[in-house]
Write a protein that binds this ligand. Structure first.
Ligand SMILES: Cc1ncc(COP(=O)(O)O)c(C=O)c1O
Length: 482
């Protein structure tokens, strides 16, 4: 493809992109294809000769697009959103065009310094402690892994990296990490990858409100110490994936300080809402934390991938991850930040650019207004579901997330359905909703009970699709044979 054709095709694609976003409601939200259906349309081998762009693009539209789930559809209420926005997409186009590897300051000084500056902005926007420094990672999973690795090193006097866990004996093989029963699976994955063993993750019980009980944490730490194990790290959740659980940072942080545990806060989804001054109460005690992660790619209108990871003691992270072989040395040395030393992968895309575009294009006030609208619509919907006699809220509204189930004859003596039938009924309801292509929701288990989650957070959603979803849910549910 020569430069002229690139220019022409790029203009055509921008038109396609704008049309797509404008008309995205015409697509089924969740892809309506069977396993293997897309692959069957693709040739078994690559073409030997160059193919015209028209053909490649026609195949994209014909063969691939039907197999895509439309995350930017206003009726996407599943998982957590991966909410993009026009300024973010434009920045991604520039990032792709510059195609820079931003691993060292020298490999793109502007990328390093913009990352430094924009993450300092986020510290102020979220109300994080002023001495937190940030770095962009690809995912919250990677950031939490980096926190667990750093906690592992701190707990082993920086020896695990040197001689391996096995050589440390019990001090290396019996490190314990804590989180609540509501915490995300990325923590367990972190233990697996860090070589700590998933059995050394203690899932601490939660109270009525799904928040970790500090006294249960303290008891678990005491028990582990008595058994000769070494408590190393607590991962607290601000906005657990299933129920939006919010752990109380202050009492948990006090326990961590007393016991010498690294406190990492996973606010992957809910962190974005902390730009709202009225939600800052959730951060009470954050000054006791060692690290904090949130995903602007979930709810701050910035394309995946963009995870913001903050720490107080960056030197500890560097000591854990840094390696500078001859070919990565640069004359600036320690006078500059080489972000490759702050994350597991060496290579890094220019991800700060999209965040900078987004924050500037909307302004902090604009971003707050968008989030407040989501919160208002989620509240309105939640209250309608709560008021319906044949529906039951299983986890109450946390920011813009709640879960519910269809429960006909709820509480009616003689007519009530048992748990197994309720689960079967709601599984069918969810399938029926998602098969309709009109909206997309996902499931969770709340205290053992099958629940349907509802999250408002898609960039282009409005009050209308949110309330329309409720009409569709009721009609579909009441059309099912219990
Ligand atoms: C609370 C929480 N933590 C961590 C993650 C993992 O995020 P990522 O996909 O960025 O690794 C998620 C994903 O939904 C999450 O909800």
């Amino acid at each position: 493809m020569d430069r002229e054709e690139f220019r022409r095709r790029a203009h055509e694609l921008v038109d396609w992109m704008a049309d797509y976003l404008e008309g995205v409601e015409a697509y089924p939200v969740r892809a309506q294809v069977a396993p293997g259906e897309t692959k069957a349309k693709l040739p078994a081998g690559p073409p030997a000769k160059a193919e015209p762009f028209e053909e490649i693009f026609a195949d994209f539209e014909r063969d691939l697009l039907p197999g895509m789930t439309h995350w930017q559809h206003p009726s996407f209420f599943a998982y957590f959103p991966a909410n993009s926005s026009p300024p973010s997409v434009l920045a991604e186009m520039l990032t792709a065009t510059l195609a820079a590897q931003c691993m060292l300051w020298q490999t793109s000084p502007a990328a390093s310094e913009l990352e430094d500056r924009v993450l300092d902005w986020l510290v102020g926007m979220l109300g994080l402690p002023a001495d937190f420094k940030g770095v962009i990672q690809d995912s919250a999973t990677s950031a939490t892994l980096a926190a667990i690795l750093t906690a592992r090193e701190q707990a082993t006097d920086w020896q695990a990296n040197e001689i391996g866990l096995a050589a440390l004996g019990a001090k290396g093989t019996e490190l314990v990490v804590y989180c609540s029963t509501e915490a995300h699976s990325s923590i367990e994955k972190g233990l697996k990858v860090a070589g700590l063993g998933r059995r050394n993750l203690r899932r601490i019980e939660t109270g009525e409100d799904f928040a970790m009980r500090p006294e249960a944490l303290a008891a678990a730490i005491t028990e582990d110490r008595a058994a000769g194990r070494t408590p190393a790290c607590l991962v607290a959740s601000i906005g657990g994936t299933g129920t939006g659980a919010m752990d109380p940072l202050r009492p948990l942080g006090e326990i961590c300080r007393r016991e010498g545990l690294w406190l990492h806060v996973d606010a992957a989804w809910a962190g974005s809402a902390l730009i709202l001054p009225e939600e800052r109460g959730l951060l009470d005690g954050i000054e006791l934390a060692d690290s904090f992660v949130f995903n602007p790619h979930k709810w701050l209108f910035t394309n995946f991938d963009c995870t913001a990871f903050f720490l107080r003691d960056v030197a500890a992270l560097e000591r854990t991850l840094a390696l500078v072989p001859e070919y990565l040395k640069s004359p600036e040395g320690r006078a500059v930040t080489d972000y490759q030393n702050w994350s597991v992968p060496l290579g890094r895309r220019f991800r700060a650019l999209k965040l900078w575009f987004v924050i500037r294009a909307y302004g902090v006030e604009g971003l707050r207004a968008m989030l407040r609208r989501h919160l208002t619509w989620a509240r309105e919907l939640h209250d309608q579901v709560a008021a319906a006699e044949d529906f039951e809220i299983l986890s109450p509204l946390r920011l813009s997330l709640f879960s519910f189930r269809y429960h006909p004859a709820h509480g009616r003596a003689g007519g009530d359905l048992d748990e197994a039938r309720l689960e079967a009924l709601n599984t069918r309801l969810l399938e029926c909703l998602n098969d309709s292509g009109k909206l997309y929701l996902t499931q969770n288990r709340v205290r053992g009970r099958y629940a349907i989650r509802f999250v408002v957070g898609q960039t282009s959603t409005q009050r209308r699709p949110v309330l329309a979803a409720w009409e569709i849910i009721q009609a579909s549910a009441r059309g099912l044979e219990p």
